[in-house]
Write a protein of this length. Structure first.
Length: 252
């Protein structure tokens, strides 16, 4: 009878002889539907591993769909991600693959990512790094990013990297006094940097990065783009290296 084998057929299991039969619940009587429901319940209670299997398949499908959607986002925003003309570029500028990092100076996981990114760049040697200032953790984050970006505009890329590293190690509140102490300690023109922090140029850079992050559906830090892949969160260097090699392999 159809009802006898309805649960396995509905779940797509090869537990009956011959092809699975289509099941039209609308043609059942109330009694038949009740019997069918009871049989499905009985089958699942006797075979709970089927539920786990179905959940795993669903999660795999969702993950694949999300990865494909992320690749589309990367492709649609590639120019702004990799060649915006204002973000700091490090690593190997001529590398065959680019790692883009959206970061916030007040983010603990961003600080944890520092040695991992450094290890990745040292081990691979053919990765280009792009830093995106994405302050999302309050006024202190915004102040720190404005200071870093202003340093780049006033004193250049090398000075920016020094300030960037100092801010990621800094544990206090980023007041003007504290920021001056950082730039003074690096021998920079603190007055010029502080004056540039509220400039339209600095504001525009941070605003453009925020808009890009919104298009990329990025809401947390650190977030990375590695070649064609979105990495939403902190990853150790060895995993990022595997992904980088996978991206290269896809290219052929």
């Amino acid at each position: 009878m159809i009802l006898r084998h309805a649960a396995p057929a509905l779940l797509g299991l090869s537990l009956i002889t011959g092809p699975a039969q289509a099941l039209d619940l609308s043609t059942m009587s109330d009694a038949e539907r009740e019997q069918f429901g009871a049989q499905v319940r009985e089958y699942l209670l006797e075979n709970p591993e089927v539920i786990i299997e179905a959940i795993n398949i669903l999660e795999q499908r969702n993950a694949a769909a999300e990865a494909a959607a992320d690749k589309d986002l990367v492709a649609a925003n590639a120019e702004e991600l990799f060649n915006d003309g204002y973000s700091w570029v490090g690593g190997n500028p001529e590398g065959d693959i680019t790692l883009v990092e959206f970061m916030d100076y007040r983010c603990g996981y961003c600080r944890r990512a520092v040695p991992e990114v450094a290890s990745l760049l040292a081990e691979d040697g053919n990765i280009r790094l792009v830093i995106k200032e994405f302050p999302i953790l309050g006024d202190a984050s915004v102040l720190s990013s404005r200071f870093a970006v202003a340093t780049k505009h006033v004193a250049g890329d090398d000075a920016y990297k020094q300030v960037h590293d100092a801010l990621l190690e800094f544990t206090g509140e980023p007041s003007e006094v504290a920021l001056r102490r950082i730039s003074d300690g690096l021998g920079l023109d603190s007055d010029a940097i502080i004056a540039a922090m509220d400039s339209e140029q600095v504001t525009d850079e941070i605003t453009r990065t925020r808009a890009l992050a919104q298009r990329m559906q990025i809401s947390g830090t650190p977030s990375f783009v590695l070649g064609t892949e979105m990495l939403r969160g902190f990853l150790p260097a060895d995993q990022m290296l595997q992904i980088a090699n996978g991206v290269r392999a896809e290219r052929g």
